[in-house]
Design a protein around this ligand. Structure first.
Ligand code: FAD
Length: 829
């Protein structure tokens, strides 16, 4: 067991201590700046509503575990969770539709949920106004977490198990030596440690700053008010005097007006997200006083009643009985928001032994603590927490300005109905490729991901629709799937398959691994044998010790000691960088460095049966099968511009990714566009690309597969070289994985040829929820919608399943994949 210091005794810190002692770790100290009986952080006043359903599978599973744990935590026969159920109501037709989608998420992620009519809502919650409520979503296992009580019970339990608590003890510095933490500094002296985990909630920025780590969270105040006693409830029998147990109605959400409600005995608690964002700098709040009480704590600011006026008016409309009450008490409570709304957990990329677990709701607290404890004790979390990992952010996303703007936007949108493709409102045009000016001229429809502007289609291609053969005509879409969509994508897909198109591939991550130890590093971390001649490309996997997939990457050997990696996210970059650092320390002769080159380079995917005609007009290099075979890479010149040409294709057609440095990008684009004119070249967008890649069965890491899956289940076993002699991370784990997988990622073709799904919908097999859709698209070449789905391994090819889309069941057939060109003849010719 290592010496662990946990900073913060909020619901996250104490849960982590508990999860660690339950795994046999012994030397644990929790250091808390406030008094332990009420530390004064967000947990001290959290109303504790736990709505488990979330579009994210990870977040839902973390919430589910939290509920289970809180239910099990008891003292004097009384627990820490009042399982009243959760009711989300709709007062608009749009919300009613959204609730159907949320019902789908719940079903996909294994949470029991029921769509209920307006009348049923009233039966369940008689105080609701029957004139306004159109329907609802009921989750019987949701409820109220008694967060402060749970924290105290966990402190008691872990103390008995030997955890040491230092209350009223602020951490003022983190001690380090040789890139490793060694302890924390407090006014009472140092506390030595091998591992420090910051569970400091919205003080995370200040703790991070002690070690030069930018923690991308923004503390924001959020209004919470309590009414006076409701006359109708005054004599109601309440089943406990413990705050939170004295409630009988489901917890209630009225997202159309950014409101939520719970009971406090005969009073009502009202939470509101509709007010202006109110950012706070935690460091400006001063020291936590020695004595904290419910009214005086650093995380609680004065109530600004004017910001609550709309909330009150809307609450009276929804719950008319509240007209007989008024606000007895209110406050602006502080907690953390982040650029993408997710928690921030995991290892600091550049400091060994330093971890964070911040921006975590009570709802996910025990789940996050379990995940972090598993990472610390076994190296991996059972629940895939990649989307919560601090290393998912790129440098630009860590800037104070970016964090502030995007986190405030997340506050504003917290209950909004957000389309899965919807871009951020702001900042836009943060990262643009060198082709952006031309893309605008062509009428690109841009969507944003990770700050990158990515064209989805080009209005300039609209006239191609006139010539589109009947077989390629897209189907009519429903209002939801028609958002951020244009039939022009069908024409772009058609041109790619039948002529040639250019795609902007700049936003994909690229980094360079170089040095005498480069091969050794990549041999050790990937599933393939990379001892190949320079000029080869390999599609390979990064596994964890248990053979869960932690990434899929393209490795191109450019020179003996220079490799280029094509990856999905910043996480892979941080992983490789850290492993390279270890290798440099452990064997200096195997020196290796990892360098980010995404922004300094750019890339055009030139693909289609006429790609060779285009390139011949603009380059004298040999692009024949012999000169540059499939999965080969070489240096060439295109219109006099030095280019790295990668013979690979994300759409399944002949062609290359042509990469050059950023400043030459525009010239490269123009040269190819000019040379392509004769051959009918077009610029094509991500919507077409997504359809074409799905027809080829190419997976998207994170959406189609993750650390919860092994290569066999995910259908990527061809990326594992079973004969590879060198040991690699995950090799032993692979041999422990079942040879007949219990679940598999399968390709579905929608039977009626037109009903679309978008991803995350539940899939039913023999009438039972059995899996979920990962990614989906209309397959323009195959002329029908297609989807990938996780299904039980026993489901066979040719069997029928049903996906639920807005409450409607859509029949689909499990089909052999890939649907397009299974022999790769289009790629190899
Ligand atoms: P905290 O409880 O803030 O704990 C962090 C601790 O770290 C603090 O005790 C602090 O004193 C300590 N600390 C900080 N710096 C130092 C230092 N330098 N040295 C030593 N100790 C330090 N979530 C839900 O799930 N459901 C809800 O209904 C809900 N409603 C909310 C309503 C309001 C009004 C607010 C403000 C929040 C709400 N939340 C809700 C969010 C939830 O309360 C928080 O996300 C959660 O409590 C955070 O827990 P934590 O342990 O990470 O942070």
């Amino acid at each position: 067991s290592q010496r662990v210091v946990i900073i913060g005794a909020g619901i996250v810190g104490v849960n982590l201590a508990d999860e660690l002692v339950s795994r046999g770790w012994k030397d644990i100290t929790v250091v808390e700046q406030g008094p332990l009986n009420m530390p004064g952080g967000s947990t001290s006043h959290a109303p504790g509503l736990v709505f488990q359903t979330n579009p994210s599978k990870t977040m839902t599973r973390l919430a589910k575990y939290t509920v289970e744990k809180l239910l099990s935590l008891k003292k004097d026969g009384q627990g820490c969770f009042n399982q009243l159920g959760g009711l989300e109501v709709a007062t608009t037709p749009e919300r009613l539709e959204e609730l159907k989608r949320r019902h789908g998420y719940a079903t996909s992620w294994g949470i029991e949920a029921r769509l209920v009519s307006g009348e049923e809502c009233i039966q369940m919650y008689p105080l609701l106004n029957k004139e306004t409520v159109l329907g609802g979503l009921h989750i019987p296992t949701d409820g109220l977490a008694l967060a402060a009580r749970a924290t105290q019970l966990l402190i008691e339990r872990t103390r008995e198990a030997g955890v040491r608590y230092l209350g009223n003890t602020p951490v003022t510095d983190i001690e380090r030596s040789n890139g490793h933490v060694t302890g924390v500094t407090t006014p009472n002296g140092s506390v030595p440690a091998d591992i420090v985990v910051s569970c400091a909630g919205f003080w995370g920025v200040e703790i991070g700053a002690m070690v030069g780590l930018q923690v991308p969270l923004l503390p924001l105040a959020h209004q919470y008010a309590k009414t006076t006693a409701l006359p109708g409830l005054r004599n109601r029998e309440v089943n406990s005097r413990i705050n939170g147990m004295n409630a009988t109605l489901p917890i209630l959400r009225h997202q159309d007006q950014d409101l939520y409600y719970r009971e406090h005995g005969d009073q009502f608690g009202i939470g509101y997200y509709g007010h202006r964002p109110m950012p706070v700098v935690a460091g400006s709040l001063g020291l936590t006083p020695e004595h904290v009480d419910e009214k005086n704590m650093p995380s609680r600011l004065d109530f600004t009643s004017r910001d609550f006026e709309t909330a009150w008016n809307e609450s009276e409309k929804l719950l008319p009985a509240l007209r007989e009450t008024h606000i007895a008490d209110g406050f602006n409570g502080i907690f953390s928001f982040t650029p993408d709304g997710g928690p921030i957990i995991g290892r600091a990329p550049d400091l060994e032994g330093f971890y964070v677990a911040e921006a975590v709701w009570v709802t996910h607290s025990a789940g996050i603590a379990q995940a972090v404890a598993q990472i610390l004790t076994t190296g991996r979390s059972e629940i895939d927490v990649g989307e919560c990992d601090i290393s998912r952010f790129e440098e630009i996303q860590l800037s104070r300005e970016y964090v502030s703007e995007t986190s405030q936007q997340n506050f504003v949108e917290i209950y909004d109905i957000i389309h899965p493709l919807a871009p951020k409102v702001s900042p836009r045009n943060l990262r643009i490729s060198p082709f952006n000016v031309r893309q605008r001229e062509l009428g690109a429809y841009f969507l944003e991901v990770g700050g990158w502007e990515r064209p989805f289609w080009y209005e300039a291609n609209a006239e191609l629709l006139k010539y589109l053969p009947a077989k390629w005509q897209p189907v009519e879409r429903d209002a939801w799937s028609a958002q951020h969509y244009s039939p022009i994508s069908a024409a772009e897909a058609w041109k790619t398959r039948n002529a040639v198109a250019m795609y902007d591939m700049t936003a994909f991550h690229r980094f360079e691994v170089s040095g005498p130890g480069a091969l050794h590093l990549l041999q050790r971390l990937t599933t393939s044998d990379l001892k190949k001649e320079p000029g080869s490309i390999t599609y390979t996997l990064l596994l964890d010790d248990a053979a869960g997939i932690r990434g899929d990457i393209f490795v191109s050997r450019i020179e003996d000691e220079v490799f280029q990696i094509g990856a999905n996210s910043a996480t892979e970059f941080h992983y490789l960088s850290r492993e390279a650092r270890f290798q440099r320390q452990q064997s200096p002769s195997q020196w290796v460095q990892v360098r980010e080159i995404t922004g300094s380079t750019c890339s055009i995917g030139l693909w289609g049966p006429r790609a060779r005609d285009v390139i011949a007009g603009v380059s004298t290099d040999d692009f024949s099968n012999k000169g540059l075979p499939y999965f080969g890479v070489k240096k060439v010149h295109v219109a006099g511009i030095p280019v790295l040409a990668f013979r690979k294709s994300y759409v399944g057609e002949l062609g290359w990714e042509l990469q050059t440095s950023a400043e030459l990008g525009l010239r490269l684009w123009d040269a190819i566009a000019q040379a392509g004119k004769l051959h009918g070249i077009i610029a094509a967008g991500r919507a077409a690309l997504n359809s074409l890649r799905l027809e080829k069965g190419y997976r998207i890491y994170g959406a189609d597969m993750g650390t919860e899956h092994d290569p066999l289940e995910a259908g990527v076993v061809s990326a594992v070289d079973l004969k590879k002699k060198d040991d690699f991370v995950g090799k032993a784990g692979l041999s422990r994985r079942p040879k007949t997988p219990a679940r598999r990622l399968r390709c579905l073709a929608i039977n009626d040829g037109q009903s679309l799904v978008l991803g995350k919908e539940p899939v039913f097999y023999k009438g039972k929820a059995a899996g979920y859709i990962t990614t989906a698209a209309f397959g323009f070449t195959v002329g029908r919608p297609i989807a990938y789905a996780w299904l039980p391994g026993s489901v066979s090819l040719g069997e029928t399943v049903e996906a639920e889309y807005f409450g409607r069941h859509i029949a689909a057939t499990v089909v052999a994949e890939p649907l397009y060109d299974p022999r790769n003849s289009r790629l190899l010719d």
